[in-house]
Design a protein around this ligand. Sequence first.
Ligand code: SAH
Length: 347
Amino acid sequence: MTEKPEIKSMNLKELTEFVVRLGEKPFRAKQLYQWMHQKLSASFDEMTNLSVSFRETLKQTSTYTVLKRADVQISNVDGTRKYLFLLEDGNVVESVLMRYKYGNSVCISSQAGCRMGCRFCASAIGGLKRNLLPSEMLEQIYRIQTDTKERVSNVVVMGTGEPLDNYDNLLKFIELITNEEGLNISQRNLTVSTCGIVPNIRKLAEEKLQITLALSLHASSQKKRKELMPVAAKYDIYEVIGACQYYFEQTGRRITFEYSLAEGINDTEEDAKALAELVSDINCHVNLIPINPVKEREFVGSSQAAAKAFRQKLEVNRINATIRRETGRDIDAACGQLRRKYIETVS
Ligand code: SAH
């Protein structure tokens, strides 16, 4: 049996072809598209300007992806909400809503699990289960916006998974989330975070999008980075920096470097000085965040004082840096931990 086409991952052109094949007029595709991507309908039954018979045909001939909420945790401190969503096949993914002065930002997952194996990361523990479909990335945002009834203005692909290890689906997701007939989120309000898959950074640069590239650096030398991030054995730190430079040249978009501070591992002033040198030729911004302790991992986050000293050292060396506000500390908002907890209790 062939699988039914999964219509929420289709762009308007593909959807039009599909609808026409079912014997409907092309303009029905636009209506259907808007129900899915603008009104965020959870079922065909809501789509009242489509005929009942067309809705029946759709139910029988297509797959309509809607994520189910398995859990939500709400922070009393800052309104951060952490969602756990259940996929059709029983996998779970987590997504986080963060409220900022400038608007609501959602952090989404791009894979169920991850195969990159970063030593400090909770999502690496169970390995990769599978890639997420474009619709499954979109749905995390759609369900959160529907739940809160507040517009999502920013999206960061920084949850579980390595987005550049799921390249084609990521690109389709970007196309759909920025589409005018959908949520119409501006490319400039979209950030994709990668551990540094060099060929795909270069490929992404050539798409010439206006999205922000965040590179998880976490160390200022190849030796140290390799200890923290196995991916560095494949693509070394200088290749990664070169690819970031290329991304900037192709897109004009300033690079964000993510640097998680682990006490006694990568947080000394010498580390800061080496980091400043490493990125000195790049138009960039450094985001510092004390590592979130993960119960299966031995790392300890740096103190606020160490983080401040690190930032000052960068700034003395003319590198812009911010210590990221930690949101949702009172819930399991730290990278991948709600998902881990769920997996542990059901298995
Ligand atoms: N795979 C992508 C995106 C997912 S991880 C990437 O590597 O960038 C999102 C960010 O959180 C990355 O910078 C990652 O290195 C960081 N991270 C993972 N676990 C962390 C932890 N325990 N504490 C702090 N940052 C963590």
